[in-house]
Each structure stands twice: as structure tokens, then as C-alpha cells.
Design a protein around this ligand. Structure first.
Ligand SMILES: Nc1ncnc2c1ncn2[C@@H]1O[C@H](COP(=O)(O)OP(=O)(O)OP(=O)(O)O)[C@@H](O)[C@H]1O
Ligand SMILES: [Mg+2]
Length: 320
């Protein structure tokens, strides 16, 4: 599989903390019995980048995160985080992780959960108080610090999980579906937190199904399906064209066939949808329909969204 864009300093096995990419993998693969969860992931994520990892259920996103964190062993391939081989304990201290499915002990208060993780990290005891106060403030839980986790709503628990991931000023943060339980305000807050992390040089690896959010926050994305990366790049590289919906009558079959020259045409009677059409060609499109005897009732250009592109990619894979 081709390496995903961007090549930066290659990490030596010993690794150098500074200058090396946040993540680098070479043909990282994982099999569970007959299931190929990940089939040769090769990628580089530079420091300070927000990298979105997208894919349908069961595509291999969580497996990738667990492999990168050293929580499960690869079947083959290798990888480095912050210049050191996967699983290196020195690196783990510089990594934050919000797991996909997590539960903290319901009888602990938010502050106690964070204290426990400061101890596990381990962070210097003198820094705990400031770390915890700052993390609680960042995720908007400062006023619930003394409340038991068991009394928290789903969204509050997710915020707490994010606070845990932020402890110790990590250089690399893995967030596996960080906003699945959050309301729109919470999602907005998380986007701000992610951008804040990136602006201070922290790389963020984000697994998410919420494509409009990914579109707003990620510098680069990869789309994975059945364990293989099927597309990757910046939002500009991935989202090329515009979709134009036209409602027109009076075009016969021959006329519609001619219109297909303007882009991929989906013909549903009066409703014609052109994909991958450059916006500047819309006036020519309208003129051509009129020249062919068509009567136009509506023309609606729409910039392709990441969701459109995602659905198209997955459909193309299924059609193969
Ligand atoms: N411990 C395991 N044992 C067996 N199969 C597993 C295990 N973990 C994951 N798999 C399989 O690997 C594949 C990828 O799973 P993974 O959890 O990585 O998907 P995902 O992309 O995170 O999906 P989702 O969007 O649902 O979270 C699936 O087919 C899954 O059943
Ligand atoms: Mg998952």
C-alpha cells in the first residue's frame, strides 16, 4: 500500500524525541483468526497535525489505535511513536488516550479519577493539583470535580475521559470517538480543545464517525475500509468537485446523454444530479440544457462534503 502523503524525518530504531514524526507505521497489520482487522497500514503523522481516521463500523480504526498504543501486538509490520518503537514506556508518558468504550469506577469523584491517572502516568506529585484543575477547566467540569462519576451523564463521563487524556501535557493524543455522547455545545468545545492541542504542537489522532466535525477540525484524513486505507489526503485533496442538482423538463434521452459530458450524471426523471462538476461550469450547463430544448426550474450547486465523499468511497469499494 502506498505510504500516506507527507514523509518527514524517518525515525531510527533508537529514535530521537524531537524532529521525528508523531506517528510512523510501515505495513502494520493485525489478524484475529480469519478476520483481517488491519491490512498493512503505512502512514506518517507529523507533530502538531490533527489526523482524522475514518471508516465504517468494523473497518479497523480502534484496532489501529490499540496497535499504535501497544495494547495489542501486530501480526506483522512495525511502527514508531514520537521516534521510538511502539510500546516504549518512555513514549507512553507523553501520550494521552481516550478509549472508545470506557467506564470509571462510579464511586470515585471526578477529581479522584484524575488523581489516580496522575499517579498511574506517573506525573510528579507536585504538579497534580494544577494538572487536575487545568484539565477539569478545559473540559468544563470544574464545578463537578467533587461529584461521583456514577452520578454523571454520558456526556459528562466523556468529558472526564477527555480530561484524563489531557493530563501531563501529552505530545500525542489518541481520541477514539471523543464526541459520540456530546451535545452540540460539547462537540464545539472538543473541537476547540483539539485545535488548542494542535496549536501548541501536540499531534491528535482522531477516530470519528461524525464527518462534519472531522471536516472542521482535521488537517488530513485517511478513510479505512475492511482494514485497508482507501483514500487519504487533506480536505482540499479529497473534496474536489461540486454536486449540482438540476430540475428540468423537456430533455429527451438523447439530450440527457449529451449532458453527461458535464460530469457524472444521475438521472431521475426531471431531477438530474451532476457530480464532480467544477462550479465555474454551471452557466455552460444551464445554457446547454436550454439549447437542447429543456426548461429549467431549479439549479442547486453544493460543495461536496466529507460525508458525500465518504459514502461515495465506500460505495465504490462495494462495487469492486
Ligand atoms: N479482540 C478481537 N477479537 C476478534 N476480532 C476482533 C477483535 N477486535 C476487533 N476485532 C475485529 O476486527 C475488525 C475491526 O474492528 P475495530 O474495532 O478495529 O473496528 P472499528 O473501525 O473501530 O469499528 P467501530 O466504528 O464500530 O468502532 C472487526 O471485524 C472486529 O470484529
Ligand atoms: Mg472503534
Amino acid at each position: 500500500m502506498a505510504e500516506l502523503a507527507q514523509t518527514t524525518t524517518a525515525a531510527t530504531p533508537e529514535g530521537v524525541a524531537a524532529g521525528s514524526p508523531a506517528i510512523r507505521t510501515v505495513e502494520l497489520s493485525k489478524r484475529f483468526g480469519k478476520t483481517v482487522a488491519l491490512a498493512g497500514l503505512s502512514m506518517t503523522v507529523p507533530r502538531g497535525e490533527v489526523f482524522g481516521f475514518l471508516g465504517p463500523n468494523g473497518a479497523g480504526k480502534t484496532t489501529s489505535v490499540k496497535l499504535l498504543l501497544g495494547l495489542i501486538a501486530p501480526s506483522s509490520g512495525e511502527g514508531w511513536l514520537l521516534g521510538r518503537p511502539i510500546g516504549d514506556l518512555r513514549t507512553r508518558r507523553k501520550i494521552g488516550y481516550l478509549p472508545e468504550l470506557f467506564r470509571y469506577q462510579g464511586w470515585l469523584s471526578a477529581r479522584e479519577v484524575l488523581t489516580l491517572h496522575c499517579e498511574l502516568a506517573p506525573l510528579p506529585r507536585s504538579s497534580w493539583k494544577d494538572e487536575i484543575t487545568s484539565a477539569l477547566e478545559t473540559v468544563g467540569l470544574a464545578d463537578r470535580a467533587g461529584d461521583r462519576v456514577g452520578t454523571f451523564s454520558k456526556g459528562m463521563q466523556q468529558r472526564l475521559g477527555l480530561a484524563v487524556a489531557l493530563l501531563g501535557e501529552p505530545e500525542l493524543v489518541f481520541l477514539d470517538e471523543p464526541t459520540s455522547a456530546l451535545d452540540p455545545v460539547g462537540r464545539h468545545d472538543v473541537r476547540e480543545i483539539i485545535r488548542g492541542l494542535a496549536s501548541r504542537g501536540t499531534a491528535v489522532f482522531l477516530n470519528s464517525h461524525l464527518l462534519s466535525e472531522v471536516e472542521q477540525v482535521c488537517d488530513r484524513v485517511a478513510v479505512v475500509d475492511h482494514g485497508r486505507v482507501i483514500a487519504s489526503g487533506t480536505m482540499d485533496q479529497l473534496l474536489s468537485g461540486t454536486t449540482v442538482k438540476v430540475r428540468a423538463t423537456g430533455l429527451d434521452r438523447e439530450g440527457k446523454a449529451k449532458m453527461a459530458a458535464f460530469g457524472q450524471l444521475d438521472d431521475e426523471g426531471d431531477q438530474l444530479t451532476f457530480t464532480n462538476l467544477k462550479a465555474e461550469r454551471v452557466p455552460d450547463l444551464v445554457a446547454a440544457i436550454i439549447a437542447l430544448g429543456g426548461r429549467i426550474y431549479e439549479v442547486a450547486p453544493r460543495q461536496q462534503t466529507l460525508e458525500d465523499r465518504f459514502l461515495q468511497l465506500i460505495q465504490d469499494e462495494e462495487d469492486k
